[in-house]
Design a protein around this ligand. Structure first.
Ligand SMILES: [Ca+2]
Length: 236
């Protein structure tokens, strides 16, 4: 982690140290300047770091979600700015600058392309979440949005213990490639209903594709999409 931070501090310089775990360096000015802070874990209130409503640009690895309100928009709907990639720099559009009050990464804390699923309570990745890197027999039926990382498909069921109606979902909406040959696969689904899954119905998850009902989706509309990543905005 120290080596990663060092690389980030010197910018996108050529280096042999590369982040393979989620990390974001946030800046108070566009163009990766001004006051900055490095985060590698969830922050439910950026005010705790004196960084509330101050973000204008980021340099990051992994997928990070930047929320307008504290606690990941749990209690108040708001704007969502998403960025995924490998050593990717992004500037927030004016309407999304100086608005971020909480942030979190997606997937495994230690390896961005580990096979994981995250089911969020609200659409647009808001609220509480269920997360796993293996099959789960009971996920509490609160899911409204999903993000997958890694290369494995996952099957979601509307009954516990992998029963009932099912949907096979692949992590194939986005593939990012780093300069060192790293690959980051994602399946980003901001509203389960858009892929035919009933809202608040997901009750269990199994690794692999075990349903004839195979979900296909287009990549999210992005503000920018390049070889090493993409970013965009979502509004309720
Ligand atoms: Ca805010």
């Amino acid at each position: 982690m120290k080596a990663v931070a060092l690389l980030l501090l010197v910018g996108v310089a050529v280096g042999t140290v590369r982040a393979s775990s989620p990390v974001t360096q946030v800046f108070s000015e566009a163009g990766l300047s001004g006051i900055n802070h490095i985060f590698d874990s969830y922050v439910s209130d950026l005010g705790s770091y004196g960084f509330d409503n101050m973000l204008r640009s980021v340099f990051q690895t992994g997928m990070w979600i930047y929320y307008e309100n504290v606690s990941y928009n749990s209690y108040q709907p708001g704007k969502v700015y998403w960025v995924h990639g490998i050593e990717i720099a992004a500037a927030f559009p004016v309407a999304y600058s100086d608005m971020c009050s909480s942030l979190k990464y997606v997937g495994s804390p230690s390896e961005i392309n580990y096979d994981t699923w995250t089911v969020y309570e609200g659409t647009l990745f808001t609220g509480s979440e269920s997360y796993g890197s293996s099959s789960h027999s009971n996920t509490q039926k609160r899911g409204s949005s999903i993000i997958l990382t890694g290369t494995s498909p996952w099957t979601f069921y509307d009954e516990e213990d992998w029963a009932g109606r099912s949907w096979c979902v692949f992590p194939n909406t986005d593939v990012d490639q780093g300069d060192g040959g790293e690959v980051f696969n994602l399946g980003i689904y901001p509203d389960v209903q858009e892929i035919g899954i009933t809202d608040n119905s997901i009750a269990s998850v199994k690794k692999g594709c075990w349903s004839k009902n195979v979900v296909k989706a287009e990549p999210l509309k992005a503000e920018h999409r390049g070889r090493n990543g993409a970013w965009g905005v979502l509004e309720p």
